[in-house]
Design a protein around this ligand. Structure first.
Ligand SMILES: [Fe+2]
Length: 578
């Protein structure tokens, strides 16, 4: 039984391939087209999946799309009608794009893949999210919470998964949306919607949540975690380009200019916006905690599966673990809409076709791999000086030596990661003990805002020595860098480059079983320095997708202040590195 899952035409397009319920491949389209958050039909990701499976489209038993386009179209039509005439531009844009491709997905898939129409199935947006977490989790039974911007009508849902069945029993509907609320503040703070949400989260610890009362005016929260937006403060339901209204500006002041660089050195001007970021982050956490607590009370369950774009809010996730009665949480690394491709395929395999479960997503390495031939071809063709070190221990000791000297290392190994986080296969690495590395990597390598924090990768066995995460091995979200937790106070000064201003870190636990070479690298660094931790940030330049091929990795290395590049067993160094 071979099933292809597809997600596209909204946020991140992606494809995923299942054989007999086991995932073979999954990737976001942006990694192939080099267009960040590419949402077009994922032709390249599909080709990659078929290639990896060694099959052709005609071998597919089913193709599953992650949502129901007609229901979504209905929502756009009804919302436009309610808000007419001010919604006219939105209506016109929707008509043009939807009557083009978006509505006719079945025909499009049929045409592009040559698959018979009866083999094409449609999931529901939030069910695909729910399935992407629950069916990838090791849990037989768990509570499920999905929270995002919006799917067809649903913006949040909750229920229970048991065996091969998922029941979503409660939902919140458009326009009341936690994701769209956070996005409105993202836009207000001068960041790009669907991209800058991380920046809001990173900015929040610089501020004081002194505007929480004002945020409560725009969103009213009930004890059971349900909420309503006061739509007078928003414009996303009728405008194509504005998410908040004049009334919103009257409450929070003029929006922050998108060009303004927030450096983390606070002027009084920036302080206001940092306070606003702290306030929306605080209310988001409050709502998520209320939702999760209510779900825990209703179900009595101790295990939770979280999905949807909001589940990438790693600060809130850490609090859900610490402050609710859930003991274990599973979040799949691509928790946003891209993950819907995996979810839709698993939903069809289990919930529709009734097949038993046999898969757990233990790691995130489902993308494309480039072998030594491809690497060597690139290096020879470009007459690039390199060293090939076949002996793995020697290779690792070489890299550890460079890291200790303060070099920044581009590290590309094996299959690229599924989801927005680099987890040691397409990573930029540095010594976390050197405080200056935060600035070096932000300004010379990534060309991004100097305030943004970096994540630490730590060998699993020693995670608890550095971070406040008891029983670290149990926590899947920490494997996928989806929890922010406290850095132990005696370690703040030991790993300053990965300790955020509020004393927290977004850790990644690395185990020998699921990332052997990366594990060896961190462990060897630990042996040499006493600190088994590395600074790990995604291998890309600002505004670009994470690299896929050796050529992309090499170009990024050349265009930035990186010192050393490691592609598989091949090492390239800039003269200054040695
Ligand atoms: Fe979604």
């Amino acid at each position: 039984m071979i099933i292809l899952g597809i997600s596209c035409f909204f946020h991140d397009a992606a494809a995923a391939l299942l054989r007999d319920g086991e995932l073979l491949a999954a990737a976001e389209e942006e990694r192939f087209t080099r267009k960040k958050h590419d949402f077009e039909f994922p032709t390249n990701a599909i080709e990659f999946c078929l290639r990896t499976g060694g099959i052709e489209a005609r071998d597919l038993d089913y193709v599953v799309f992650f949502e129901k386009p007609f229901v979504k179209f209905e929502r756009l039509l009804l919302t436009s009608l309610q808000e007419f005439p001010r919604s006219y531009p939105l209506f016109r844009e929707a008509m043009i794009t939807w009557l083009g491709d978006k509505l006719w997905i079945r025909q499009l898939i049929q045409k592009r893949l040559g698959v018979a129409p009866e083999k094409i199935l449609f999931g529901e947006h939030h069910l695909s999210h729910a399935a992407s977490a629950f069916f990838c989790s090791p849990f037989d039974e768990a509570a499920i919470l999905t929270v995002d911007g919006v799917g067809e009508w649903t913006t949040a849902s909750r229920g229970v998964g048991r065996g091969t069945e998922i029941r979503l029993t409660k939902e919140i509907r458009f326009p009341h949306s936690l994701g769209l609320l956070y996005s409105a503040f993202t836009a207000f703070l001068g960041f790009e919607v669907n991209e800058g949400e991380y920046k809001v989260m990173g900015m929040a610890p610089f501020g004081v949540p002194r505007h929480v009362d004002k945020v409560h005016k725009v969103v009213r929260l009930d004890r059971d975690g349900s909420f309503e937006l006061d739509m007078d403060y928003f414009s996303f339901h009728y405008s194509t380009h504005r998410t908040f209204s004049r009334k919103f500006e009257a409450l929070f002041g003029p929006p922050r200019s998108s060009e303004a660089d927030f450096s983390g050195e606070l002027t009084s001007h920036d302080q206001h916006y940092a306070d606003v970021a702290a306030s929306i982050q605080a209310v988001t956490e409050e709502i998520l905690l209320a939702m999760a607590s209510a779900l825990q009370r209703e179900t009595g369950l101790r295990r939770l599966c979280l999905a949807g774009g909001v589940a990438l809010n790693s600060v809130a996730n850490g609090r859900i673990l610490r402050e609710t009665d859930f003991d274990e949480v599973y979040i799949q690394p691509s928790a946003g809409d891209g993950g819907g491709a995996v979810g839709a395929a698993l939903w069809a395999h289990h919930a529709v076709l009734g097949n038993p479960r046999r898969f757990v997503m233990e790691h995130a390495f489902w993308g494309e791999e480039h072998g030594p031939d491809a690497i060597e071809r690139l290096l020879r063709r470009g007459s690039i000086a390199y060293t090939r070190i076949d002996d793995e221990q020697r290779l690792i000791e070489h890299v550890v030596d460079r890291l200790q000297r303060g070099n920044v290392v581009g590290w590309s190994q094996g299959r690229f990661e599924w989801g927005p986080r680099s987890l040691g296969n397409r990573s930029i690495l540095a010594d976390p003990r050197r405080a200056e590395m935060k600035d070096v990597v932000n300004t010379k390598i990534k060309f991004r805002e100097p305030f943004r924090p970096f994540a630490p990768s730590v060998v699993l066995e020693r995670a608890e020595e550095y971070f406040v995460l008891p029983d670290a091995a149990r926590h899947y979200p920490a494997r996928f860098m989806l929890y922010v937790v406290g850095v132990r106070s005696d370690k703040h000064a030991v790993i300053p480059a990965v300790t955020h201003v509020d004393g927290t870190g977004r850790l990644q636990t690395v185990s020998e079983a699921y990332g052997p070479r990366y594990y060896k690298l961190i462990a060897t660094f630990g042996k040499a320095t006493g600190v088994p931790v590395l600074l790990n940030t995604s291998f890309n330049l600002r505004g670009e997708p994470i690299v896929n091929t050796p050529a992309e990795a090499f170009n990024t290395f050349q265009q930035s202040g990186m010192d050393v590049l490691v592609l598989g067993d091949y090492v390239v160094e800039k003269p200054a590195a040695r």
